[in-house]
Ligand binder design. Structure first.
Ligand code: GLC
Ligand code: CA
Length: 588
């Protein structure tokens, strides 16, 4: 059983507030906690997080007020890419635990009203997967090789890669194999590390296998699947060179090709089939990084994925106009319930991003962003304001573990301890993602801060900054003004207040740099007001509303006179909303 006390409403059959949503569509506005197993909590003292650690802290997550947990890959893996290289899709990595523990975890989470989402990686395998071993052994032209992308090389004796594609992790996207007789052989495609050979989704074996993997986990009670690198699965079988100027879409040889959709349509049918059972609605969420929202929208809808991650929101700078534009574009996607994502295991943490003079982010410019000095107090103040802004938006919200503690990106990990293949494959030009994967601080005043059981001698797999003594779960639980207390209170209100049930967002006119909107339980109080009245100060509507006001400008702004403050991300100065502060108000 979980070690921490469960909250009083711990059995929440619908996961969300009473009467708000049928359990079948819980994912439309759930708060989903991203649990990076390796770094969450270590149950057995080897310095690496595991399922025992996750189970021991389920009570903490229930008390935090989340509705679902997304687990990063937990399968057997040689860990060339932290578990995104999977050698068995139907089992659990022994370092993390056993399948029986995963089953127990699913049951315990369900008892707490928490849904479970797991990560499925269909674009690529592990070079230790039995299928890849069989492909190597079977040789050129074999059925076994047709499940992957094997091709002869170009140039004299085939010594050059079949085309000019580059790996997303740096270096060529092709590696040459040695054939069984010892001769230099064919090349295989890997859009990521060489240990991650890409599947050929033209192969019926691959399609059947993944449909079966989905059934395997759905039948164990898993409630959702996060689909890794979802836009990359389909490739142009002619494998043409790229010029670099192709946009994602039908003309691109491996990103967002049209036939990728038939894969997810089949997966949706499977999810729908399981949604009829005792556990209720199953959901699919795609990891789709696409600049064009119209192309993104094609992934979502009744016949395909339930949702996709909102990466434009994550990449957006801390700027009112830019954020408003992303929010409007997101809400305009009619068939796609919005998701709001500030952070994940691939990107710099929010407190660091917003503490730089360039507050945007982009995966392919990490080194550029790391060169800026970080003002941690400023970044933290903005992270608090961003958390309240984000949690007030209609849709589901993803919270990457540690954001609720206000952890920052650890940029000074010693080179010899870095683990991310991005670091090694770019020869250090890209610092990689280790800095957001540092093990969580739970308690105490010295590393490992309760990450491993007391008396453990193994060090955490990445070193924790000693300053995190002030950011442990226990330290923050003791302070009403900590990031953890803010998250707990915001999630509590978001789950229990009718203003957050499927209500629309209505923008309010506000000064430059200020975002103001209402969530209106009464169904739109503004319809007959004159536009001039629709300011962030106006309180004349007939119905009570929840108003969110976020001040991203450099000057304080006033607040409506007769509003009550439900929650604020920072102190209010004599009724004024200070810069980099968000407030939730009850009007009426
Ligand atoms: C996704 C994952 C990332 C992983 C990559 C390859 O982008 O989020 O962590 O390295 O896919 O699987
Ligand atoms: Ca462990």
């Amino acid at each position: 059983m979980p070690s921490a006390a469960a909250p009083s409403d711990s059995r929440r059959p619908d996961s969300l507030s009473p009467g708000s949503l049928p359990s079948g569509s819980w994912w439309r506005r759930a708060a989903i906690y991203q649990l990076y197993v390796r770094s969450f909590a270590d149950g057995n003292g080897d310095g690496i997080g595991d399922l025992a650690g996750a189970r021991a802290h389920l009570g903490h997550l229930a008390a935090l007020g989340i509705d679902a947990i997304w687990f990063n890959p937990w399968y057997p893996s040689p860990m060339a890419d932290a578990g995104y290289d999977i050698s068995d899709y139907r089992s659990i990595e022994p370092v993390f635990g056993t399948l029986a523990e995963a089953d127990a975890l699913i049951t315990e989470a369900h008892e707490l009203g928490i849904k479970i989402i797991i990560d499925v990686v269909p674009n690529h395998s592990s070079d230790r997967h039995p299928w890849f071993a069989a492909a190597l052994a079977a040789g050129p032209g074999s059925a076994e090789r047709s499940r992957f992308w094997f091709r002869p090389g170009r140039g004299i004796n085939g010594s050059l890669p079949p085309n000019n594609w580059q790996s997303i992790f740096g270096g060529p996207a092709w590696t040459r194999v040695t054939e069984a007789d010892g001769s230099p052989g064919e090349w295989y495609l890997h859009l990521f590390a060489p240990e991650q050979p890409d599947y050929n989704w033209g192969s019926p074996d691959v399609r059947r296998e993944f449909e079966d993997v989905l059934r395997f986990w759905f039948s164990r009670g898993v409630d959702g699947i996060r689909i890794d690198s979802a836009a990359l699965l389909s490739k142009d079988a002619a494998l043409p060179d790229v010029s670099g100027s192709e946009l994602p879409g039908p003309a691109h040889p491996f990103t967002d090709r049209d036939d990728v959709h038939s894969i997810y349509q089949a997966w949706r049918a499977i999810a729908d089939e399981y949604s009829a059972d005792e556990y209720g609605g199953r959901m699919l969420i795609g990891e789709v990084w696409l600049p064009d929202t119209a192309r993104l929208a094609r992934y979502v809808g009744p016949g395909e994925l339930h949702t996709v991650f909102n990466f434009p929101y994550l990449n957006c700078p801390w700027d009112a106009d830019a954020l408003r534009q992303v929010i409007d574009e997101t809400l305009a996607l009619a068939d796609a319930p919005a998701t709001w994502v500030l952070s994940n295991h691939d990107v710099d943490r929010v407190a660091s991003r917003y503490g730089r003079s360039d507050t945007a982010f982009s995966l392919d410019r990490r080194a550029y962003f790391h060169a800026f000095p970080v003002d941690v107090p400023l970044g933290t103040r903005r992270a608090r304001a961003a958390a309240l802004l984000t949690m007030a938006l209609p849709g589901s919200v993803y919270i990457y573990q540690g954001e609720e503690l206000g952890l920052w990106e650890v940029q000074d990990i010693p080179d010899e301890l870095r683990q991310d293949p991005i670091w090694a494959r770019t020869l250090g030009a890209d610092p990689g993602r280790d800095g957001c994967r540092v093990p969580l601080p739970w308690s105490g005043t010295e590393p490992p801060f309760g990450f491993s059981p007391a008396g453990t001698t193994a060090e955490p797999w990445l070193p924790q900054p000693k300053e995190w003594r002030d950011l442990t779960v226990s330290a923050e639980s003791a302070h009403a003004d900590s990031m953890l207390s803010l998250y707990r209170e915001a999630l509590r209100i978001r789950r229990s207040d009718p203003a957050f049930a499927d209500t629309p967002l209505t923008w309010r006119h506000a000064p430059a740099g200020v975002l103001a909107f209402d969530r209106d339980a009464g169904g739109g109080q503004d319809t007959d007001g004159s536009p001039a009245d629709r300011t962030w100060l106006d309180t004349t509507g007939p119905d009570p509303v929840l108003r969110c006001v976020a001040n991203l400008s450099p000057a304080p702004v006033g607040l409506p006179a007769n509003a009550s403050v439900l929650l604020a991300s920072g102190p209010l100065d004599d009724g004024l909303l200070l810069p980099d502060t968000t407030v939730w108000l009850r009007i009426g």
